[in-house]
Design a protein around this ligand. Structure first.
Ligand SMILES: [Zn+2]
Length: 431
């Protein structure tokens, strides 16, 4: 049947994404390039793209002019970096003015995305951009010997709309994929017979972790499996332990966002290589977060965009043993912006990640948690297991290394998954 799915893939992609295969070949071709070649090309592409945006987007023309930057007259990286970063709020508020005539003249796809803050962003993504994104994913999975038409399991968040489910199921059949819609352990256990045939598993890392746990005792032989890909969430160290045990391999991460495309893809040697062929990334001197310029976003330019993630870039001399010279992101440490409030101080929510990471590495203790704040100076930590005296002390001891004016309450709660698709480690209820 695999030949049939391959055929369907080619027919479908020629119709929907005519430039995808060409862009995939270009991406494969750049794998052999030196770091200098890659970065020189990236700067050249950045200049071309920024000039394009200046010419075609009324928002960016004004935005650059305000910063005294005219990319046709005084192009330099230094001047480019004087342009103030753009926020998601800007993309929503100035939506029409950001769009370029490409959105009207060329084939585009209408995209809707909502962030953790609940704001909904919509825009038109042109074919070259959409296809580049798909080609970048294709290149990433190719490092593992996986083809886009191979049999795969795909996790999807909650979706109660029956019509949509049927539509998705048909689509899934065509692209040789089966999909899990919910987090019910029964559903997860019921797909057991299919698991020995999948070549790739893809989804939120916390869901992959749950799937691994459900199947821990089943002894399924994942003989075809070549790639387990986690998206959108931090991959906790204890997820990896169970993944290795059950799937025989760790969860590899794909890092991206709808408006930014694929920012980085983890290679088989465990390093996340940045897609420099389509993106220019920087560290925001103010927030310390990542700034993304998506050089493929012609219909809706994304320039110096504050994605909101805290990212640690690898040293520029770092050389990955896989042979790729693409720069590396060492770690996506978390979201910035959401703060935990003490009585007099405040703390980045990232602190929680460090607390539980330390507990895992120092005490070999894995804890599934979610923290909630309802009032300043107090923090609830929900855990899936029963709260023993020992667990209580462990969390309190580690937390006291970080929090000095927060009163902790540790509560047993099994279903903190139930709210949303994406598992967040901190939810603030403060107004
Ligand atoms: Zn590598």
């Amino acid at each position: 049947m695999s030949w049939l799915h391959e055929k369907i893939f080619w027919i479908g992609s020629k119709k929907r994404n005519p430039s995808m295969y060409r862009q995939f070949l270009e991406l494969k071709n750049s794998e052999g390039k030196s770091k200098t070649q890659l970065l020189d090309q990236q700067l050249e592409d950045l200049k071309t793209f920024v000039r394009f945006a200046y010419q075609n987007s009324t928002f960016y023309r004004k935005h650059f002019e305000k910063a005294g930057f005219d990319p046709n007259e005084n192009w330099s990286l230094e001047n480019f970096e004087k342009v103030p970063p753009v926020s998601k709020r800007d993309l929503i508020d100035f939506n029409t003015a950001i769009h370029t005539p490409v959105a009207m003249k060329e084939k585009t796809f209408y995209v809707e995305t909502s962030g953790t803050s609940g704001e909904i962003l919509t825009f038109h993504r042109d074919e070259l951009w959409d296809s580049f994104n798909r080609a970048a994913i294709w290149r990433g999975i190719s490092w593992y010997g996986v083809n886009p038409w191979d049999f795969s399991l795909y996790f999807w968040g909650y979706n109660s709309d029956k019509y949509k489910r049927i539509k998705l199921s048909v689509m899934d059949f065509l692209v040789n994929r089966f999909r899990i819609f919910d987090y019910d352990p029964k559903t997860m256990a019921s797909v057991g017979h299919k698991l020995s045939k999948v070549k790739a598993i893809e989804g939120y890392s916390s869901m992959i972790y749950e799937l691994a746990q459900v199947n821990e005792q089943n002894g399924i032989d994942f003989k075809e499996l070549k790639l387990v890909k986690g998206t959108s969430e931090k991959i906790m160290p204890h997820y990896q332990e169970v993944a290795k045990k059950v799937f025989g391999r760790k969860i590899s991460s794909e890092y991206g966002a709808t408006e930014c495309s694929i920012i980085a893809f983890e290679c088989p040697k465990g390093n996340m290589h940045i897609t420099v062929e389509g993106l220019y990334t920087e560290t925001d001197p103010d927030s310390g977060g990542i700034l993304v310029t998506n050089m493929k976003s012609r219909s809706f330019p994304i320039i110096r965009y504050k994605l909101g993630d805290q990212v640690k870039f690898a040293d520029s001399n770092f050389k990955c043993p896989c042979g790729l010279n693409h720069p590396v992101i060492e770690e996506v440490t978390g979201r910035i912006g959401s703060k935990i409030y003490g009585l007099s101080k405040n703390y980045p929510s990232l602190t929680l990640y460090y607390i539980f990471k330390n507990i895992y590495f120092n005490k070999r203790r894995k804890i599934d948690f979610q923290a909630h704040q309802f009032e300043k100076g107090k923090l609830q930590i929900w855990v899936k297991e029963s709260v023993t005296e020992q667990l209580n002390l462990l969390i309190r001891a580690e937390s006291s290394q970080y929090f000095s004016d927060i009163d902790l309450e540790i509560i047993e709660n099994h279903d903190f998954r139930a709210n949303e698709g994406k598992l967040r480690d901190f939810i603030s209820h403060l107004l």
